[in-house]
Ligand binder design. Structure first.
Ligand SMILES: [Zn+2]
Length: 181
């Protein structure tokens, strides 16, 4: 089930993401947003700080439902899994969601967003937030050859010369062995 937690304060601040749909003609309507750090600051658990992302939204209004086509393109600052430096990772993601009227408890799913019959507008901020996070790959690494060279050469040194482990129990045994000779 889609976890839409409508935080009223957040949604008020993100009013630019409101789409009043009652007056819209049947057909496709285009919306464009650019989001950066200030957008993600509204969400308590966001792992994104720096970003520059364009969102193209095509809202396809039909007589009884709406289909929202999201296209997300831009870059997000993440930490490299290999060298630990922050870098801007390009992201590109497409997804769609169907908005329909009905009973949220029964019909809601990952692909369907159910809104009450009396509703006259939707706010897409939270969807955008979710999609950007979905766009982030699990493994985040610099492009070939762009890692922090110093960190990489230190890592290589560690691999070829593992630090000799000293274990106090073995040290004691070694001493006993020596004393026995
Ligand atoms: Zn790296």
């Amino acid at each position: 089930m889609r976890s839409i937690f409508w935080d009223i304060d957040v949604m008020r601040k993100l009013g630019t993401f409101d789409i009043p749909f009652t007056g819209l003609q049947i057909g496709t309507h285009h919306y464009q947003y650019n989001i950066d750090k200030t957008f993600f600051d509204n969400f308590e658990f966001s792992e994104i700080s720096k970003s520059d992302i364009n969102i193209d939204l095509d809202l396809e209004k039909q007589s009884s439902l709406m289909i929202l086509h999201f296209s997300i393109n831009g870059e997000v600052e993440v930490m490299c899994d290999t060298c630990g430096d922050d870098f801007m990772l390009p992201v590109s993601f497409k997804d769609r969601i169907i908005v329909k009227f009905g009973n949220e408890e029964i019909d809601q799913s990952d692909e369907i967003w159910v809104i009450p019959h009396h509703e006259h507008q939707i706010n897409v901020a939270e969807l955008i937030y979710e999609f950007v996070h979905l766009a982030l790959p699990v493994r985040r690494v610099h492009s070939e050859g762009e890692c922090n060279e110093e960190v990489i050469s230190n890592l290589n040194k560690l691999e070829s010369h593992p630090i000799e482990q000293s274990d106090p129990r073995w040290d004691k045994l070694k001493k006993i062995k020596k004393d026995l000779k």
